[in-house]
Design a protein around this ligand. Structure first.
Ligand code: FAD
Ligand code: UDP
Length: 369
C-alpha cells in the first residue's frame, strides 16, 4: 500500500490529523514509539478504575465546535475539577477564590478580599509584572504567593519564580466568588470509559495503518525518502538532531499505588504546595468518575529535569527557549514536506482543546476544506 501521509506519534494531534485525512480518502500510516496509542491522554482500566497513566487529564473548553467534535468519540461525565492545596496540613481551595481568601484572611466579602490583595500587591509599586513571581503577587498578594504558589511552582519547574514567564500562573482563574471550579470554561468533563477509546475510534479506518513500538529516528532517512508528506508530533529539536541547540523540557515521574481502601484523600487532585513534600500532587483516579470500587488507585506526581531518554511532558516556554524554537520553526518551514504539530512539534503548553483546534486547523489547511 502506498501512503499519502506518515503520521509520527499517535497522540491527540496525530490521531486527529490521521482521522480527518482518512475521511477525505487519504491513506495514512501512523507510527508510535510507545507500546500503545493515545500519547499522554492514555488511560487504562485497573481494578475497574480508569487510571490516567500520564497525569490527570480534565477536558475543558468554551468552544462549542471543539466540544461537539470530541463528543463524537466519547460520552463525557459532569466532572468539574476542584483541586485542593495541602500546605503543611492546612487545606485551601483552588483556584484562588473567596473560599481561599476566607480561610486565609477571614475576609467574607469580595470587597474585603480585594482590599487585602491591593494592600499586599503594593510592594510591586505599580510595576507591570515581568515574571511569574510578580504576576502572582499582582493577582493574589504575597500570602497566597508564599503558601500556595512559590514552592509548588519551583518544585514543578525546577526554577525560581523570578525566572519563569508570567503566563504560566495566568492559566489559573482568580475569582471574587465562592466558586471552586478550576476552569472558567463552559464545557467540562471526563470521558466515560476513559480517553484511550477516543484515539482508538479516530484511528479506526480501513485506510489507516497503525504501528506501535516504532521510533521515527530508527528509519528517519528512509521515511523522508518514501513518504510524500510527514506529520511529526515528536520533539522538533530532536528532528533536527539538536543542531541549533537543545530546547528545555520538564519531565515527570509517576509513582502509582493500589490501596486496599475505598477513599484515600476525598478528592481527585490534592496539590502539595510546600517545599518539603517531594511530589507536587496526588491524584486519586476514581474520583474523576465518582467511582465506588472497594479499592483505590493513587498517583504521586514528581517533577524532574528532562534528560535524553525521559518523556518530555512540558515545554519550558521562557524567552531563551521560545527564541530557539523560532529558529527551529524557520528550519521546519524550509523542510517543505514535514508538518510539525502538537505540544512537542510546536513547543507550546497546549491543553487538549487547543491541540484539537490546532490539529483541525492544520488538516483543513493541508487538505483545503
Ligand atoms: P502527545 O500526547 O505527547 O503525543 C505525541 C506522541 O508522539 C507520543 O505518543 C509520543 O510517544 C510520540 N512520539 C514522539 N516522538 C516520537 C518518535 N520519534 N517516533 C514515534 N513516536 C513518537 N490537557 C488538558 O486539556 N487538561 C488537562 O487536565 C491536562 N493535564 C495534563 C497533565 C499532564 C501531566 C500533562 C503532561 C499534560 C496535560 N494536558 C492536559 C495536556 C495534554 O496532555 C496535551 O495537550 C495533549 O496530550 C497533547 O497531544 P499531542 O498529540 O500534541 O502530544
Ligand atoms: N500553581 C501553583 N499552585 C498550585 C497549582 C498551580 O502555584 O496549587 C501554578 C504552577 O506554577 C503551575 C501553574 O500554576 O505550573 C499552572 O497550573 P496548572 O494546574 O494549570 O498546571 P498543569 O496541570 O499544566 O501542570
Amino acid at each position: 500500500m502506498s501512503y499519502d501521509y506518515l503520521v509520527v506519534g499517535a497522540g491527540l494531534f496525530g490521531a486527529i490529523f490521521a482521522h480527518e485525512a482518512a475521511l477525505k480518502g487519504k491513506k495514512v500510516k501512523v507510527i508510535e514509539k510507545r507500546d500503545h496509542i493515545a500519547g499522554n491522554i492514555y488511560t487504562k482500566e485497573v481494578e475497574g478504575i480508569q487510571v490516567h497513566e500520564y497525569g490527570a487529564h480534565i477536558f475543558h473548553t468554551s468552544d462549542k465546535e471543539i466540544w461537539d467534535y470530541v463528543n463524537q468519540f466519547a460520552e463525557f461525565n459532569r466532572y468539574t475539577n476542584s483541586p485542593v492545596a495541602n500546605y503543611k496540613g492546612e487545606i485551601y481551595n483552588l483556584p484562588f477564590n473567596m473560599n481561599t481568601f476566607n480561610k486565609l484572611w477571614g475576609v467574607v466579602t469580595p470587597a474585603e478580599a480585594q482590599a487585602k490583595i491591593e494592600e499586599q500587591k503594593a510592594i510591586l509599586g505599580g510595576k507591570t509584572p515581568e515574571n511569574l513571581e510578580e504576576q502572582a503577587i499582582s493577582l493574589v498578594g504575597t500570602d497566597i504567593y508564599e503558601k500556595l504558589i512559590k514552592d509548588y511552582t519551583e518544585k514543578q519547574w525546577g526554577k525560581a519564580c523570578t525566572e519563569l514567564p508570567a503566563f504560566i500562573i495566568r492559566r489559573l482563574p482568580v475569582r471574587l466568588t465562592y466558586d471552586n471550579n478550576y476552569f472558567n470554561d463552559t464545557y467540562h468533563g471526563i470521558p466515560i470509559g476513559g480517553y484511550t477509546q477516543i484515539v482508538e475510534k479516530m484511528l479506526d479506518h480501513d485506510n489507516i495503518d497503525v504501528e506501535t513500538g516504532v521510533d521515527f529516528f530508527a528509519h528517519k532517512e528512509e521515511y523522508l525518502a518514501t513518504y510524500p508528506k510527514i506529520v511529526f508530533t515528536g520533539m522538533i529539536d530532536e528532528f533536527f538532531d539538536y543542531e541549533l541547540g537543545e530546547l528545555e523540557y520538564r519531565s515527570l515521574r509517576f509513582e502509582t499505588e493500589t490501596l486496599d481502601m475505598e477513599n484515600y484523600q476525598g478528592n481527585a487532585v490534592v496539590n502539595y504546595t510546600d517545599a518539603k513534600t517531594p511530589y507536587t500532587r496526588i491524584i486519586e483516579h476514581k474520583h474523576f468518575e465518582y467511582g465506588k470500587q472497594p479499592k483505590t488507585i493513587i498517583t504521586k506526581e514528581h517533577s524532574k529535569t528532562w534528560e535524553k531518554g525521559d518523556e518530555p511532558y512540558y515545554p519550558v516556554n521562557n524567552d531563551r527557549n521560545n527564541h530557539l524554537y523560532k529558529a527551529y520553526k524557520a528550519k521546519a518551514e524550509e523542510q517543505g514536506n514535514v508538518i510539525f504539530g502538537g505540544r512537542l512539534g510546536q513547543y507550546r503548553y497546549y491543553d487538549m482543546h487547543q491541540v484539537i483546534a490546532a490539529a483541525l486547523q492544520c488538516v483543513r489547511k493541508e487538505l483545503g476544506y
